[in-house]
Design a protein around this ligand. Structure first.
Ligand SMILES: O=C[C@H](O)COP(=O)(O)O
Length: 228
């Protein structure tokens, strides 16, 4: 499993990148608003993220256009920011049509706000490079987000979508709306290719009480060695 950071916060991205496990970044309008982002600085901000993570890390930038032509125009402009920009498009009819067009032009698309197997299959057929089933938001409405993710992983795995994705690359499932380290564990066990995680979850993924207790004991014993 690869890890993407689900944030628009440059400091978080810099810190996560320094850990050596960061394979990409996903943003959305809410995450950009959360850092006080301005419309006129949006493209520059995405460029800053691309510069931090480097050319091998995909950076998803979301289009907020609502018609296929506008989404395509928006997507083309976003793709010009840097070669590693992935256009993030909601799973809806106009989004599918725009994805089909952009994929045909060699522009990678991450289809977001995906909740069900039929949505995921349509996104894959449209040519999406990435599909982002949301876990936490299903849990928020008292549904089982991990079960839904498992269904998507299983259904997509039943078919070969290689031929109709950008540059013949394998379609990848991004487990999104991740709220806990356990979400990451379960997503990995069911074979999701990528987990996009908030920085808070990434930090929790490192931690375990037995690690902390063990480290504490090692440090105390080392003091004894030094004083012996
Ligand atoms: O845009 C995708 C995010 O992973 C959504 O996460 P969220 O449900 O925690 O806002």
């Amino acid at each position: 499993m690869k890890f993407f950071l689900d944030t628009a916060d440059l400091a978080e991205i810099e810190e996560a990148a320094s850990w050596g496990a960061l394979a990409g970044v996903t943003t959305n309008p809410s995450l950009y608003a959360r850092i006080g982002g301005r419309l006129d600085d949006f493209h520059n901000h995405i460029k800053r993220i691309c510069d931090i993570v480097g050319p091998d890390c995909p950076v998803s930038a979301e289009s907020v256009a609502m018609t296929r032509d506008e989404i395509v125009a928006d997507g083309c402009k976003l793709a010009e920011i840097a070669p590693n920009v992935v256009v993030k498009i909601p799973t809806m009819v106009e989004g599918l049509a725009a994805t089909h067009t952009l994929a045909g032009r060699g522009i990678p698309v991450n289809m977001t706000l995906c909740f069900t197997v039929p949505q995921a299959l349509l996104a894959a057929r449209a040519g999406a490079r990435y599909i982002s089933p949301f876990v936490g938001r299903f849990d928020d409405i008292s549904e089982d987000g991990l079960f839904q993710l498992e269904q998507v992983c299983s259904a997509i795995g039943n078919y070969d979508f290689t031929a109709n994705t950008v540059n013949g690359e394998k379609i990848e499932i991004i487990a999104a709306s991740i709220r806990s380290a356990n979400h990451v564990t379960q997503a990995a066990l069911m074979g999701a290719d990528i987990a996009t995680v908030p920085f808070g979850v990434l930090k929790k993924m490192v931690q375990h009480p037995l690690t902390e207790r063990g480290l504490d004991a090692f440090l105390k014993d080392w003091e004894k060695v030094q004083n012996a």
